[in-house]
Design a protein around this ligand. Structure first.
Ligand code: SF4
Length: 108
């Protein structure tokens, strides 16, 4: 292998490897996030609950039956993830079955 073709090969190999390494580190980072505590002051102020099926509808008048974090635009987890990052609660993972008053339904 000449120096030019070896250099070209190594450059292409780095280009191919970079996105998959980035995906692995992103999913590992999401899995490592601590779960949001409902007692967290911001969580409390937005009425976050980890299980939307047990929500007190009197305390959360904007709640609509069936809404939960997995169907929210701000949920950063993948389909089937039990927990995932949220655009509101930076550095924390919210339950895919959770809900808060910042809920915004994902576009279909
Ligand atoms: Fe869940 Fe959406 Fe509230 Fe985040 S903003 S906690 S994803 S309902």
């Amino acid at each position: 292998m000449s120096n030019v073709s070896r250099r070209t090969f190594l450059s292409l190999a780095a280009l191919v490897a970079a996105p998959s390494a980035l995906l692995v580190s992103r999913s590992a980072a999401a899995a490592d996030l601590p779960h949001l505590d409902p007692a967290d002051p911001t969580a409390k102020s937005l009425g976050y609950v980890p299980d939307a099926t047990k929500i007190d509808v009197k305390a959360a008048p904007t709640f609509k039956a069936g809404s939960h974090c997995a169907s929210c635009q701000l949920f950063g987890g993948k389909a089937g993830d039990a927990f995932g990052p949220c655009g509101i609660f930076t550095g924390k993972a919210v339950s895919s079955n959770g809900w808060c008053s910042a809920y915004a339904k994902k576009a279909a």
